[in-house]
Write a new protein. Structure first.
Length: 417
């Protein structure tokens, strides 16, 4: 029997390049992903309403109950949000046509920034194309190679990208361990850093637990550090008027919020002092060298932020359902990672088990994507249930009974007992 062909050598080059092997690094990296069963794909689906999607599954094309979207308030299909997106698109066009600094800064951008700054209790706000763009470009603009950053171990990749590209020294403290953070602040107190920054999230995206904002404010005050908080997952759901856990907290220097979650749109903002906003307008490449947010998005976000104060009961119900789901999951023996928000993880552990549980749920009509390394630490693979205010108890019961069936094992499932 002849030896199997060397996959890399026999694979056709990805280009017509006269230099064979020019793209071999791509093949090698993807082959490694295949080997470790971690190759990522972009699954197609069609959203039907706030919580249902249609997609191709091994059982054919099916409608699934979606537990993987971040549209926490169900606003992506809210009539007022859509109407304002259409209205602004008709009045101002489909695109902003230029950077804010050239010819793309419309009155509606400014009005949304004033609306956000007021609702957060800050002097100013500044819009960004996405949350990733905001974190990846604001941080290096505020830091330099002589700065020190102390950040929570579980912060989002966009924050890490921003910190890394600044060249600043950075230390990750154990998740939510503010004693460890204080020890780091003390240890570095007498060193000559250009500045010290603390970076955290308010609600952590993969665990659904919260940081202690008041304690972070206290520490940053006592040690003269800049406090930078990403409020992406609290905005719309928690805090005064649903404006997030960093809202009305004067001690938080920099607040980043995103529009791709509770606002049902896309884009992001930073809320800060007027002088920091001015500094970012002058020095932040993510503001200067990019086209402004499209008018339709500005319309959708303007409407969504306007709706937030009216949705107190909706938030209460959403958080109550999340409590109920956590109780059910814990009764099945799943750890829920200290979650106290609408993001409810069920920690499974091994990657293969997590994948097969996700597949089982899909067969039962529930979409809950398996979250695995490198997104989360090895051994903590999980299903991340992102609840929406549009999930009623019957939807959660469907999820729980599908999980219960998985817990009973394949033989019991087959015999229907
Ligand atoms: C905490 C956090 N910050 C920032 C982002 C990036 O936001 P965007 O999706 O707008 O790029 C995310 C996205 O998942 C996030 O979870």
């Amino acid at each position: 029997m002849s030896a199997p062909p060397d996959r890399l050598d026999s694979a056709p080059d990805l280009t017509d390049s006269p230099f064979p092997g020019k793209w071999r690094f791509v093949e090698t990296a993807l082959a490694e992903r295949d080997r470790s069963h971690r190759r990522r794909h972009l699954p197609d689906l069609n959203p039907l309403d706030a919580i249902h999607v249609r997609r191709q599954t091994p059982q054919g094309e099916r409608t699934l109950l979606n537990f993987s979207a971040n549209d926490y308030l169900g606003l992506a299909k809210h009539p007022e949000v859509i109407a304002k997106a259409v209205d602004y698109t008709q009045r101002y066009g489909t695109g902003a046509t230029a950077s804010r600094l050239v010819a793309g800064s419309f009155e509606i951008h400014r009005a949304l920034e004033v609306q956000l700054a007021t609702a957060l209790g800050k002097e100013a706000a500044l819009l960004f194309g996405t949350g990733f763009q905001a974190n990846a470009t604001i941080l290096p603009t505020l830091l330099d190679r002589d700065a020190l950053v102390l950040c929570d171990r579980l912060i989002h990749n966009s924050l890490i990208q921003g910190i890394r590209s600044s060249g600043a020294r950075f230390v990750r403290y154990p998740h939510n361990d503010l004693d460890a953070l204080e020890r780091q602040l003390q240890r570095h107190q007498d060193k000559r850093y250009s500045r010290v920054m603390i970076v955290s999230e308010t609600v952590f995206s993969m665990d659904g637990d919260r940081s202690d904002v008041s304690a972070l404010v206290d520490l940053s005050d006592r040690y003269g550090a800049i406090l930078y908080l990403d409020d992406a997952h609290a905005l719309g759901v928690l805090g005064p008027g649903g404006m997030g856990l960093a809202a009305q907290q004067p001690g938080v220097d920099i607040v980043v919020g995103t529009f791709g979650k509770s606002c049902g749109a896309s884009g992001a903002f930073v809320a800060c002092s007027a002088v920091v906003r001015d500094y970012l307008v002058n020095f932040c490449p993510g503001v200067i060298y990019t086209t402004a947010l499209p008018p339709g998005i500005v319309g959708a976000v303007t409407a969504a932020i306007g709706l937030f104060p009216t949705l107190e009961d909706v938030r209460k119900q959403l958080l109550g359902e999340a409590d109920w789901l956590r109780i059910q999951l814990e009764a099945f023996g799943y750890a829920t990672a200290g979650s106290t928000s609408q993001i409810v993880p069920a920690i499974v552990g091994p990657e293969d088990e997590t994948l097969s549980l996700a597949q089982h749920l899909e067969a039962q009509g529930c979409l809950a994507t398996a979250i695995r390394p490198p997104t989360v630490a090895a051994g903590t693979s999980r299903l991340r249930f992102a609840l929406s205010a549009c999930h009623g108890r019957s939807h959660l019961e469907q999820l729980v009974s599908a999980l219960k069936m998985a817990r009973r094992g394949p033989q019991d499932r087959e015999s229907g007992t």
